[in-house]
Design a binder for this molecule. Structure first.
Ligand SMILES: Cc1ncc(COP(=O)(O)O)c(C=O)c1O
Length: 394
């Protein structure tokens, strides 16, 4: 019913994904598959809600003090994740990275150790460093084409480095894992045992492929809720990141107070009006759109998989369980990262995210965003093949 095949011109719309390329000296007609936003319009129900507000015409200081915003979130989390939130847990913020930085400052002191598991979304490391804390890296294990947590090292590093805070990426960008109950319980128990707080970044919660299930970390045990800050947003799910709205859930009253105190120091008090309107409409009316979108993305993924098997067998696709980001293993190609990047950009005219930006273990990989119309994806894949012709075995 929804048309995800529609091609919408995004050049000239201040789009980071499209309009930054020329500024960076890349070819004008490059196809971008890097930053994690989608080339699809937000659900029509969201556009209608925004449009109604535009026609009202006044955009004064705003907050949704009424219950309807909370109820929209409550129903979404209850229906999709069997997690029942309470009104007092909710804090709105302009973004997940903003919330992560705020939480780091609220729960740790300068010089404290913060654990992350690379390769991981790169602002985790920069947020820790930027706030003068020490990133401690526990590398994910890559075994038989699948990523796992190294639990032995996880606990060892926590003890030896006196880790105060762990930033969990669930589902995990860029490797596409949707962590299981067993894995989350193992890390959760270790954190409880050693008094380590957990920021659970669940921004990719809604993108989970058939056969997998997203579990809210804080919902697994009361002891986890007691050490956790859950950061989530409608922005990835409904393609709204430019509207700057995210939701933070903290059930522990002391942690919540510390977070709010830190938030106040930034001067941020009121959320973005259009973001709140979009968020509420999306959670109230966007479920059907999202379910169709996941089916469409699964189709894109199938096309990708088939293309690599037939045309570029030297590149392995790390099967994603969630997210619309595909993690590609180029290590068998023998091409150094820098050369590969140049080939993709200058010869192939496609812009991916180089794996090395995600930290340890990212070398030899590229991340490819498949949230685009299928014809655009096909074009991107053809260009990748062209770029690599003569450099790696077809
Ligand atoms: C794991 C993860 N966290 C956070 C973000 C960005 O969130 P925000 O734009 O709300 O800061 C992204 C965007 O790609 C992401 O992948």
């Amino acid at each position: 019913m929804y048309n995800f095949d529609e091609i919408i011109e995004r050049r000239g719309t201040s789009s980071l994904k499209y309009d930054l390329a020329v500024k960076k000296g890349m070819p004008r007609n490059i196809l971008p598959f890097w930053v994690a936003d989608m080339d699809f319009k937000s659900p029509p129900e969201v556009l209608e809600a925004l449009s109604r507000r535009i026609h009202h015409g006044i955009f004064g200081y705003s907050d949704t003090f009424d219950e309807s915003y909370f109820n929209a979130l409550f129903n979404w989390y209850s229906n999709r994740f069997d997690w029942q939130i309470r009104p007092e847990w909710l804090i709105k913020s302009p973004g997940v990275v903003f919330s992560i930085c705020t939480a780091i400052r609220a729960l740790t002191k300068p010089g404290d150790a913060v654990l992350i598991q690379q390769p991981v979304y790169h602002p985790f490391e920069s947020s820790v460093k930027g706030n003068d804390r020490r990133p401690i890296v526990n590398r994910l294990l890559y075994i038989d084409g699948r990523y796992q947590m190294n639990l032995y090292e996880f606990e060892r590093l926590i003890v030896e480095e006196k880790v105060k805070l762990f930033i969990l990426c669930n589902p995990h960008n860029p490797v596409g894992r949707v962590w299981t109950r067993e894995e989350l319980t193992q890390v959760g128990d270790i954190c409880v045992r050693h008094g380590v707080y957990v920021i659970s970044d669940e921004i990719h919660q809604d993108f989970v492929y058939p056969g997998y299930r997203h579990l809210v970390f804080a919902g697994l045990k009361p002891e986890y809720a007691d050490i956790a800050i859950t950061c989530a947003a409608p922005s990835k799910t409904f393609n709204l990141p430019g509207l700057q709205i995210s939701n933070v859930f903290i059930s522990n009253a002391k942690i919540r107070r510390l977070f709010i105190e830190e938030l106040k120091k930034t001067g941020y008090t009121l959320p973005n009006l259009m973001g709140m309107i979009a968020c509420q409409a999306a959670y109230e009316e966007g479920a059907k759109w999202l379910d169709e979108l996941i089916g469409y993305l699964a189709g894109n993924l199938a096309l990708f998989r088939e293309f690599l098997t037939e045309e570029l067998p030297a590149i392995s696709l790390v099967e994603p369980e969630g997210t619309y980001l595909v993690w590609l293993d180029f290590s068998k190609s023998g091409l150094p990262d820098r050369e590969l990047e140049q080939l993709l950009i200058q010869k192939g005219k496609i812009w991916l995210s180089p794996g090395s930006i995600f930290g340890a273990g990212g070398q030899g990989f590229q991340r490819f965003n498949i949230a685009c119309p299928r014809t655009v994806l096909q074009q991107g894949l053809n260009r990748m093949k062209e770029a690599l012709k003569g450099f790696i075995n077809g």
